[in-house]
Ligand binder design. Sequence first.
Ligand code: AMP
Length: 176
Amino acid sequence: MKIEDKLKAVIRDVLDFPKPGIVFKDITPILKDSVLCREVVETFVERLSPFEIEAVAGIESRGFLFGMMLANKLDIPFIPIRKQGKLPYKTVSHSYDLEYGSATIEVHEDALAPGTKVLVHDDLLATGGTVVATSNLIKSLGGEVVGYSFLISLDFLNGRSRLKSFSEEVVSLVSY
Ligand code: AMP
């Protein structure tokens, strides 16, 4: 069975979470299957092999799960991107607009050296707002975004088109 089919078989749709009208893609059933988790990481490694990646930036909090495993498998650093006020050391912030209101994300100021080639990872690409903000944060530290990886891409929201100005390289294992 293809990895996309294996993942689709276990990803759970939760209706009206966290608010009415949202169909939440719950990836926690994947985490119960260690063999499938390994296959996910190995597939990312294989599909990302053409690209030179020096660090993986994972977005809080579901982006930490496979982002950290992937960085460790590639033997490169993992950079946690967190919501405002969570990181203990000196931080650099970036604020961005949401549908209603705004949000701020942060990274430690010494998280990467200027010129570092960074892969941005999250569990799911929706509108792309979160990854665009993360990409701007990486750039403000002098890093270079060389690609993106997601378990899931909601293609109908067209988030991919917003990433093009940073990198054309987008790997996602499951599309809806
Ligand atoms: P966006 O900034 O619109 O691309 O939203 C991406 C972020 O929101 C990711 O961190 C996802 O985990 C989360 N997210 C958005 N929509 C969903 C959804 N339908 N199911 C699960 N997570 C979602």
